[in-house]
Design a protein around this ligand. Structure first.
Ligand SMILES: Nc1ncnc2c1ncn2[C@@H]1O[C@H](COP(=O)(O)OP(=O)(O)OP(=O)(O)O)[C@@H](O)[C@H]1O
Ligand SMILES: Nc1ccn([C@@H]2O[C@H](COP(=O)(O)O)[C@@H](O)[C@H]2O)c(=O)n1
Length: 209
């Protein structure tokens, strides 16, 4: 069973996707890391995030071993990722990687991102679009930064999130949007455990249909 989980930044999709994959015993891919890695590599090579040719080379040579790089975390890496993510040839170059991953698990896989249900795995058995209010998402990310000892003001975090969401939703190719057949989950008033329980309930209801 392929499960596609999409949603805006800090909606909690990665947390629930990872937990779900562990629960089901299937592989999990955080596809945002691919775009973050492309931004890191293109910047190291050409210094220009908008250098489409260099970005495509970086996308074609993604090294899974480097996706755990702590330098890929954080708001700056996310912002840079959203710049290379607007380049159509980069998205095309990452498609095979993501689709091969989705097919790699004998019993399925869980992928999270922005376009998994719409573009990467349009035939996914389950699609979930996770949202939360801007303020709830910013608060979560603010706490996350604090936990890492990074003192970023809440207002800055909120502005960063909104700017990135606008870029992701407004791009012409594979924008952040729910697939027509996605199940929607608003996690504004749910903690991570409640979100996981809600996702399991959505899946059970869909499978029972
Ligand atoms: N339901 C929840 N309630 C409160 N906090 C949550 C919830 N889900 C996740 N979190 C916390 O919120 C932060 C963002 O969660 P997460 O990284 O899963 O979001 P995301 O949607 O995958 O973000 P991104 O797309 O930027 O990677 C993390 O610190 C996480 O621990
Ligand atoms: N399927 C995806 C996943 C991510 N992106 C872009 O990467 C940025 C970083 O993603 P995170 O999930 O790690 O925050 C994101 O803002 C998108 O621009 C994408 O386009 N498609």
């Amino acid at each position: 069973m392929i499960i596609a989980i999409d949603g805006p930044a800090a909606s909690g999709k990665g947390t629930v996707a990872k937990k779900l994959a562990e629960h089901l015993g299937v592989p999990y891919l955080d596809t945002g890391l691919l775009y973050r890695a492309v931004a890191r590599d293109v910047e190291a090579k050409s210094g220009q995030l908008e250098d489409a040719a260099a970005a495509v080379v970086a996308a074609q040579s993604i090294d899974a071993q480097t996706l755990g790089d702590p330098g890929l975390r954080g708001p700056l890496a996310g912002d840079k990722a959203s710049i290379v993510a607007k380049i159509p040839a980069v998205r095309a170059a990452l498609l095979d990687y993501q689709r091969n991953f989705a097919r790699s698990g004998a019993r399925g896989a869980v992928l999270d991102g922005r376009d998994i249900g719409t573009v990467v795995c349009p035939d996914a058995h389950i699609k979930i679009f996770v949202t939360a209010s801007d303020e709830a998402r910013a608060h979560r990310r603010y706490l996350e930064h604090q936990g890492r000892g990074e003192a970023i003001p809440y207002e800055t975090v909120l502005e960063d999130l909104r700017r990135r969401d606008a870029r992701d939703s407004g791009r012409t190719i594979a924008p952040l949007e729910a697939a027509a057949d996605a199940l929607h989950l608003d996690t504004t008033n749910l903690d991570a455990e409640q979100t996981f329980a809600a996702v399991l309930a959505l899946i059970a209801a869909k499978v029972a249909k």
